[in-house]
Design a protein around this ligand. Structure first.
Ligand code: SAM
Length: 203
């Protein structure tokens, strides 16, 4: 399957509670992915052995289940595992829009839950590593109400799975909570042929 990376390097940015929420969302993510027709190969990168994160994962899954999970968990950095030009860091704060899902890219998701939104954390991280970045086309498809465009990890996997399988953002963005927006723009699906190419430019 296509690799999908979770960047586990954000322990320092989270409270204990947020870290536990992140793990719940990652477990849900793994469940959705496993049941999909064409699962991603999930990579948990930057996972330090014996970190609070690692200990919590082991505790929640139990050692046996953890060992058998179809996940690559490693302390290695994503930038040392994949060619830099294949990596695209997904972040709500990116200036670039993900117009089309690219089956040859390795998308990176920040394994982070922040109750009080610390904006730009994953963007700064991606910039520092000189990686391309992209945000989901939320404004392009949805009438957005005020409020943060940061989605949860379980929403992210369902959106990515759906766009990967169907190529349809309308279907994929159905997994954005309805309370966050006021419906789809009318024109977009008809205009899709005129949309510009993916712009996931590097910094
Ligand atoms: N403030 C955090 C940050 O700096 O990324 C927000 C974390 S968000 C709850 C968890 C992860 O989901 C993000 O790091 C990003 O990879 C992904 N994500 C959430 N919303 C996104 C969006 N609208 N576009 C692209 N990626 C998004």
């Amino acid at each position: 399957g296509q690799p999908l990376v979770y960047d586990m390097s954000y322990d320092q940015h989270m409270t204990r509670r947020e870290m536990e929420n992140t793990i719940s969302q990652l477990m849900e993510t793994e469940g959705w992915n496993r049941r999909s027709v064409d699962p991603f190969h999930l990579h948990f990168c930057n996972l330090q052995p014996d970190s609070a994160y690692h200990r919590e994962l082991l505790k929640r899954y139990g050692q046996e289940t953890w060992d058998r999970l179809p996940i690559t968990a490693t302390s290695q950095r994503h930038v040392d595992m994949f060619p830099r030009e294949d990596l695209v860091y997904l972040t709500a704060d990116s200036p670039n829009v993900l117009h089309t899902f690219d089956h040859s890219k390795v998308y990176v998701i920040g394994a982070m839950v922040d109750r009080s939104i610390q904006s730009g954390v994953s963007l700064a991280n991606a910039k520092r590593l000189k990686l391309s970045t992209a945000r989901l086309p939320l404004d392009e498809y949805l009438h957005w109400e005020i409020g943060a465009k940061n989605l949860t990890l379980d929403q992210m996997i369902r959106i990515l799975m759906t766009t990967k399988e169907t190529g349809s953002w309308e279907k994929a963005l159905d997994f954005v909570p309805k309370r966050k927006h006021d419906g789809f723009h009318q024109q977009k699906s008809k205009d899709s042929s005129q949309r510009p190419e993916t712009s996931t430019g590097a910094f």
